[in-house]
Design a protein around this ligand. Structure first.
Ligand code: GLA
Length: 387
């Protein structure tokens, strides 16, 4: 970023990504309809403003005579430029996907060796966001830094602002170098599945990451996040309910709420992954709770930290710009548990303080030295505590 440019991601990016639900069946009609629903459902007003086309958008056979990537004419008969214009006309932004090797993860053409050409093409289409994957690339860190730098530089040369989303799944510690290659967010997890526990994905021979594992991954990375530099826990699985690409059977309402609470307090980008054309009330309530979203989007941009583990429960805290704290009380266990939260656990004095339940949007308690509560299995209480 040059000094004259505004930061692109002062708070964690929000939007929708096609992969979790549509995978290779992505089509311009569903993208347009999704963009429409972002507006009509109020999601855009909540801050979800990127519409990201993930893998499988181009022709599999390769590039055209000029060496340019070509949008699949069956999936995108109007072309990506027309789609970008439409998305922009709704006041939204549009993202696209490629890979730092010769092929993408789903074996479509990748951008290695074509960085400048592809970046120029996307800029000419009006693209605002690039998710850049790492399948088929050599697995060492030096290569990752080199390849992500090449694309970062190519994006800069277009003179168009791209939000640059790195996706090497955390194995090469992108939190240490993501910012320096121009990245605004970097995946720190393998692919999240719609599951509480990790899942063996037999055809691809890897473990899909369950929400319970993501809790530990996020706990170790808070210090690396900040404005324009976010640890990306992967797209949201809220609302998938067992449908889509990454089904692990689905989560219960309480587990989806824990998933959303963790992504919120950890300052992860919030990229919706479900089919928002068919959202039920539970899904809408999980995605649009303004008091919860305000924690994720708080202007200080400080990612929450795990400050205490006791039995199956843990306490996370995140300082907010108004001087209060967001606090998450998570029970990872399979049975309900009592938890005593002490003022000292979250660095506060024993003076009176109020506790607001952010999901319920209710003031629920006041306490000085300690407050005891019961947490259901896999439940998270997301609180705002004000001294
Ligand atoms: C990888 C990424 C996913 C998705 C797929 C597409 O697995 O981690 O988020 O982009 O590739 O093939």
């Amino acid at each position: 970023m040059t000094t004259s440019e505004q930061p692109l991601a002062p708070t964690p990016p929000m939007g929708w990504n096609s992969w979790n639900m549509f995978g290779s069946t992505i089509h311009e009609d569903s993208v347009r309809a999704t963009a429409d629903v972002l507006v009509s459902s109020g999601l855009k007003d909540c801050g979800y403003n990127y519409v990201v086309i993930d893998d499988c958008w181009s022709t599999k056979v390769g590039r055209d005579g000029n060496g340019d990537l070509v949008a699949d004419p069956e999936k995108f008969p109007s072309g990506i430029k027309a789609l970008a214009d439409y998305v922009h006309s709704l006041g939204l932004k549009i993202g696209i996907y490629s890979d730092a090797a010769h092929l993408t993860c789903a074996s479509y053409p990748g951008s290695f060796g074509f960085e400048e050409q592809d970046a120029q093409l996307w800029a000419s289409w009006g693209i605002d966001f690039l998710k850049y994957d790492f399948c088929f690339a050599p697995t060492d860190q030096a290569t990752a830094i080199d390849r992500y730098s090449r694309m970062g530089e190519a994006l800069r040369k277009t003179k168009r602002q791209f939000l640059y989303s790195l996706c090497e799944w955390g194995g090469r510690s992108p939190q240490l170098w993501g910012r320096s290659v121009g990245g605004h967010m970097w995946r720190v997890t393998g692919d999240i599945f719609d599951s509480w526990v990790d899942i063996w994905v037999a055809p691809h021979k890897y473990y899909g990451v369950g929400v319970d594992t993501a809790i530990d991954i996020a706990a170790n990375l808070a210090e690396y996040a900040g404005p324009d530099a976010w640890n990306d826990l992967d797209m949201l699985v809220v609302g998938l309910k067992g449908k889509g690409q990454i089904s692990g059977g689905g989560l219960s309402f309480i587990e989806y709420q824990t998933h959303m609470s963790l992504w919120t307090i950890a300052c992860s980008p919030l990229m919706i992954g479900c089919d928002i054309r068919n959202m039920d009330r539970d899904t809408t309530s999980l995605l649009t709770n303004r008091e919860v979203l305000a924690v994720n989007q708080d202007s200080l941009g400080i990612a929450g930290r795990r400050v205490k583990q006791t039995g199956t429960c843990e306490v996370w805290k995140k300082p907010l710009a108004d001087g209060s704290l967001a606090v998450a009380l998570i029970n990872r266990g399979a049975i309900g548990s009592d938890l005593t939260l002490r003022a000292s656990d979250i660095g506060l004095l024993d003076t009176p303080k109020s506790v607001r339940n952010l999901w319920a949007q209710e003031d629920i308690a006041e306490f000085g030295e300690a407050w005891q509560t019961r947490i259901q299995p896999h439940e998270t209480l997301l609180l705002k505590i004000k001294a």
